[in-house]
Write a protein that binds this ligand. Structure first.
Ligand code: NAD
Length: 260
């Protein structure tokens, strides 16, 4: 079982990362949380998760755009728990604008936080997992790792990069006992998406309720948001022993979006 294993989940103070960290802690996995936010809320959430589960829950505030802080995050997990079994690269941001109006510094931030952080964290984790003879790297990509939408070119590029990196990592690590997989969610109603509804309304010049119906859920044949539990189900499969043959894959959980 997963009981007693150790996981780092980047970007887990909100949304999908927080839900995935919770799902792991509920299985008895000791977790290191990471991400930005109000320190008092982060500490209250950390404590509540630890009290509600029989997992030890820690927090490290590494900025995932800074390689040295990413190394510190992985070192912290090992110094707290003596091992590292699961790395979930989830931290992400979004900015929506036409390419010719896209601020170059936002391009740099998107590539750093979504794509380069996945490289730096994996690079730091792999020697530890190799020494243990087992490991699980799960990168939260997106349906936008497989298909495109307008006004999100840097995000689409970064997520395609995450899928490509994951494939390469899966192949490279295939004989080590470490698997590397991506999960490609469709739309999930997180704070990131709520902010995007506001942005898209401005960019497209339409009201917010129409963005939800005509832009967001239009993409998904189910006409429903993907639920946190459905992503947690895929994560728990990938990190378990049943997931041992899945590597280098892009697992799609998108309400049928990329099938259309
Ligand atoms: P969110 O905004 O709710 O959470 C993002 C998390 O990343 C937060 O904890 C935030 O503090 C953290 N973060 C942002 N910048 C960081 C940095 N520089 N250093 C450390 N942490 C940082 O967003 P979410 O919707 O839960 O997104 C999580 C992941 O899932 C992202 O990679 C996103 O691209 C991906 N995703 C989301 C959706 C969706 O519909 N919400 C769909 C597909 C993929």
């Amino acid at each position: 079982g997963l009981q007693g294993q150790v996981a780092v989940i980047t970007g887990s103070t909100s949304g999908i990362g927080q839900a995935l960290a919770t799902a792991l802690a509920e299985q008895g996995v000791n977790v290191v949380l990471n991400g930005f936010g109000d320190p008092a809320k982060i500490e209250a959430d950390r404590r509540a998760l630890q009290e509600r589960t029989n997992a030890a829950v820690r927090y490290h505030g590494a900025d995932m755009s800074k390689p040295q802080e990413i190394n510190d995050l992985i070192d912290y997990a090992v110094s707290e728990f003596g091992r590292l079994d699961i790395l979930v690269n989830n931290a992400g941001i979004q900015h929506v604008a036409p390419v010719e109006e896209f601020p170059p510094e936002k391009w740099d931030a998107l590539i750093a936080i979504i794509l380069s952080s996945t490289f730096h964290a994996s690079r730091a984790a792999i020697p530890i997992m190799k020494a243990q003879g087992r490991g699980r790297i799960v990168n939260i990509a997106s349906a936008h790792g497989l298909v495109a939408s307008p006004f999100k070119a840097p995000y689409v590029a970064a997520k395609h990069g995450v899928v490509g990196f994951t494939r390469a990592l899966g192949v490279e690590l295939a004989r080590t006992g470490i698997t590397a997989n991506a999960i490609c969610p469709g739309y999930v109603k997180t704070p990131l998406i709520e902010a995007q509804i506001v942005d898209q309304a401005k960019t497209r010049g339409i009201p917010e309720d129409r963005v939800m119906e005509d832009v967001i859920l239009a993409a998904q044949p189910t006409k429903k948001f993907v639920e946190y539990e459905h992503l947690a189900g895929m994560l728990l499969y990938l990190v378990s022993d049943l997931g041992a043959s899945a590597t280098g894959s892009a697992m799609v959980v998108d309400g049928g979006w990329t099938a259309t």
